[in-house]
Design a protein around this ligand. Structure first.
Ligand code: ZN
Length: 278
């Protein structure tokens, strides 16, 4: 599932391709993927892509000041950029055709094999009605975020474990199973620890490790363990730097102890019993 580094990579890969392009048409091939809350089927036609932003795992396209296209890729959603008329394949759900002043017609195809991905077309003031977006915690790479804020936000989930709290999106935005496990390993903190049990020093270390992992993953253009690719079909390479995710039973890179696995918040969780003691 695309997490913060993968969505950020999609944003970075799309920005030079579609910024300034004018939307000609948004065509739905599959019903139920596009939520158009504007009340007008053609609302986006003629509007220009004026900005590409990311919030958590959401990708936001500004279509001028009065219109917004928001996408959540969920498990397997992908945007495929095409500079030739695209031949539709199975699991292509939405086709956005655009025109760029210098390069002519281009297309953005939303492809999603599992079909959990969602796209909203709405006015900016309607964005707060997307529950998952409205409840997001702060961006972990925001330089304004300090470790005391992180510690206090974790303490609000005092009776749950750290793994679940960090996956919740309401403590910090954008982390999923891969980057929570990697962050906790680098921090030396056991994922089963209670969310409210961190000392100020541990919270400081946790935030520093989280930012280090996420920056490295963005620099590596994300993790491609399954089907994740960016808008130009390029795979990421952070999978070669993973220390714990997907490595159950293999020796810890720091101490050689076989990595253990448990299930927390319904997700497989891998950790080193020696480096991350309870
Ligand atoms: Zn270890």
């Amino acid at each position: 599932m695309p997490e913060l580094p993968e969505v950020e990579t999609v944003r970075i890969s799309l920005e030079p391709l579609i910024l300034g392009a004018r939307i000609l048409e948004i065509r739905e091939l599959t019903a139920g993927v596009l939520y158009n809350w504007t009340g007008h089927p053609e609302a986006a036609s003629g509007s220009t892509v004026t900005g590409l932003r990311r919030r958590g795992k959401y990708l936001l396209l500004d279509l001028g000041p009065d219109l917004l296209l928001i996408a959540h890729l969920r498990m397997t959603g992908q945007f495929k950029y095409k500079d030739q008329p695209p031949a539709m394949v199975k699991h292509d759900h939405i086709v956005i055709s655009l025109e760029k002043p210098e390069s002519g017609r281009i297309w953005l195809v939303f492809h999603d094999t599992r079909r959990f991905g969602r796209i909203w077309l709405l006015r900016p003031d309607q964005a707060s009605q997307i529950a998952g977006l409205a409840s997001l915690g702060p961006e972990p790479l925001d330089p304004e975020l300090d470790s005391e804020t992180l510690r206090l936000r974790l303490a609000r989930h005092s009776r749950t474990n750290l793994k679940a709290a960090l996956l919740s999106q309401t403590v910090v935005a954008g982390l999923g199973n891969i980057y929570v496990d990697e962050t906790l390993f680098l921090s030396g903190i056991n994922p089963q620890r209670l969310s409210g049990s961190l000392s100020s020093q541990e919270a400081e270390n946790l935030l520093a490790c989280m930012q280090k992992i996420l920056r490295a993953a963005v620099n590596a253009r994300g993790t491609s363990v399954k089907d994740y690719v960016d808008a130009l079909n390029v795979r990421g390479s952070f999978q070669y730097q993973l220390q714990v995710y997907g490595r159950t039973g293999q020796p810890c890179t720091q101490c050689g102890t076989p990595l253990a696995k448990t299930r927390l918040a319904g997700r497989t969780t891998v950790f080193c019993p020696n480096c991350q003691p309870v």
